[in-house]
Design a protein around this ligand. Structure first.
Ligand code: NAD
Ligand code: TYD
Length: 351
């Protein structure tokens, strides 16, 4: 992709974030409200099983924050929100995100991840927003052998329905830039970890299982490799692309932390004071990508963005966070979190 767009005005910006009640979105919302005292933030989220208003309890009362419980596939509601809120820029985190769930129900992933992106971009185009940022994933590039890294020019070879739906959305973003001149760009990040991650993903799943005295299920031989990045480093990268990125471009974001699942599992067993008897090998995930690794030269040299959080410290802090926030993940595992919307926004009895 290529092309230029007028610089974005950043004073008093209204930023619409889709999917801001999920793991990365909620960390990003908190980051932006903290960094930009004159920005308004409008969060549009359907609150699927992965959306949790407790993730934003500390910012929900801010006069600079608005929440709309809306499906991004609902074109009428999205148009109404754009007319009411008049966003200057949009960041789209909203998606179905769990590979295992995409294997069970691909249709849901195609609807939200592809059609939802189209609906948001149509609204963004009609409203004439200054920037549209699509949050994508390194999984669009498929799987690597033992060597090499993904660059922005690597071929798109998704292997799961989740990755295929994110790839299709990325291609739509490209088409909207080329066809309509939507000032859109894409970030493709590696595996995130940190607070507020839904405990179905590797790290919080394993920490919470071990805390409950249950064994952790390692898929296949445990030698699959992921490149882990702390969610705060991802938030900083997204902010930099929004402010200084070039529309039409794609930016890879990585942590420079390649670990096998066995390495992660052993670190978590040690952190939780458990032995290897608390680990069991289970049948492999179908189509399981072997290795992801990111070449982030473009964002590093072009925008001066590099991860700051060391993996050892980040993982220690993350394990500590889950141990200190047991009520948060208990509410998630019990399903209680799904009543927060009614309590906070319908009955308005939040204290
Ligand atoms: P998540 O599953 O924790 O949160 C997704 C959020 O989107 C939830 O709040 C959910 O309610 C909302 N949502 C889902 N469907 C919706 C719909 N139809 N309308 C409105 N809202 C809807 O996901 P996450 O891990 O925070 O990931 C956020 C984004 O980052 C996704 O686009 C994902 O593909 C991408 N990403 C994630 C990772 C990772 O490691 N978690 C890595 C790279 C990229
Ligand atoms: P996950 O957190 O689901 O992220 P992704 O599939 O998007 O990379 O999984 C990370 C790695 O951990 C992946 O290789 C699959 C593996 N895994 C397990 O071995 N056991 C589990 O229970 C889970 C959830 C994941």
């Amino acid at each position: 992709m290529s092309g230029a767009a007028a610089p974005m005005k950043t004073d008093g910006l209204t930023l619409l974030v889709a999917g801001g009640a999920g793991f990365i979105g909620s960390n990003f919302v908190r980051h932006i409200l903290g960094e930009h005292a004159d920005w308004r933030l409008v969060n549009v989220d359907k609150l699927t099983y992965a959306g949790n208003l407790a993730n934003l309890a500390d910012v929900a009362g801010s006069p600079r924050y608005r929440f709309h419980r809306t499906d991004i596939c609902d074109a009428g509601e999205i148009a109404r929100i754009f007319a009411e809120e008049k966003p200057d820029a949009v960041v789209n985190f909203a998606a179905e995100t769990h590979v295992d769930r995409s294997i069970d129900d691909p249709g849901l992933f195609l609807r939200t991840n592809i059609l939802g992106t189209q609906v948001l971009m149509d609204a963004a185009r009609k409203a004439g927003v200054a920037r549209y940022l699509q949050i994508s994933t390194d999984e669009v590039y498929g799987s690597l052998g033992p060597t090499g890294r993904f660059s922005e020019d690597s071929p798109l070879r998704p292997n799961s329905p989740y990755a295929a739906s994110k790839t299709a959305a990325d291609l739509l973003v490209r088409a909207y830039f080329k066809t309509y001149g939507l000032p859109a760009f894409i970030t493709r990040c590696s595996n995130n970890y940190g607070p507020y991650q839904f405990p179905e993903k590797l790290i919080p799943f394993f920490v919470t299982l071990l805390h409950e005295g249950k064994p952790v299920p390692v898929y296949g031989d445990g030698m699959n490799v992921r490149d882990w990045i702390h969610v705060d480093d991802h938030s900083r990268a997204v902010e930099a692309v929004l402010l200084r990125g070039r529309p039409g471009e794609i930016y890879n974001v990585g942590g420079g932390n390649e670990r096998t699942n066995m390495e992660i599992t052993k670190l978590l067993l040690a952190a939780m004071g458990k032995g290897e008897s608390s680990m069991k090998f289970v049948p492999d995930r179908p189509g399981h990508d072997r290795r992801y690794a990111i070449d982030d030269t473009k964002i590093r040299t072009g925008l001066g963005v590099a991860p700051k959080v060391s993996f050892d410290e980040g993982l220690r802090a993350t394990v500590r966070w889950y141990l200190e926030n047991e009520p948060w993940w208990h509410a998630v595992k019990s399903g209680e979190y799904q009543s927060f919307y009614d309590r906070w926004y319908v009955r308005k009895d939040r204290v």
